[in-house]
Design a protein around this ligand. Structure first.
Ligand code: SF4
Length: 119
């Protein structure tokens, strides 16, 4: 289990030339053209990488990225009610720790940030 400080060791910042090619939030979502929020979310997801679980409360970024039966998410993603995103992600963290403790999965140094929108 990593901390935010450990996760940022060796981080040298992002430039267009060293931007990851992977798209945790893929193109093909249904956001309005020129939407600043989806562009910011895409950059945040690129910075976080693929060892992430996204818990998304209801809102534009939830609606435009997950029109049933499609999804723009290439990482685990949960949609929850407005008021319980923090409680759900803390449950995800607890389950992650329990599965490591029981030897079911290896610790990949996932960082959990509770209390921020969309992640
Ligand atoms: S936040 Fe929603 S309504 Fe606003 S531009 Fe983005 S997708 Fe469109």
């Amino acid at each position: 289990m990593g901390t935010e400080t450990e996760a940022l060791k060796g981080f040298k910042g992002f430039r267009l030339t060293n931007m990851p090619k992977n798209e945790p939030l893929s193109p093909g979502h249904r956001a309005c053209q020129g939407c600043g929020e989806i562009l910011a979310l895409r950059q945040v997801m690129k910075a976080l990488g693929e060892n992430v679980v996204v818990v998304s409360a209801t809102g534009c970024m939830e609606i435009v990225t997950s029109p049933f039966p499609q999804t723009a998410w290439n990482v685990p993603w949960l949609h929850v009610a407005f008021e319980n995103a923090s409680a759900v992600v803390s449950g995800v963290e607890s389950a992650y720790k329990a599965m490591i403790r029981k030897g079911k999965i290896e610790d990949k140094g996932v960082v959990f940030q509770i209390g921020r929108a969309h992640v």
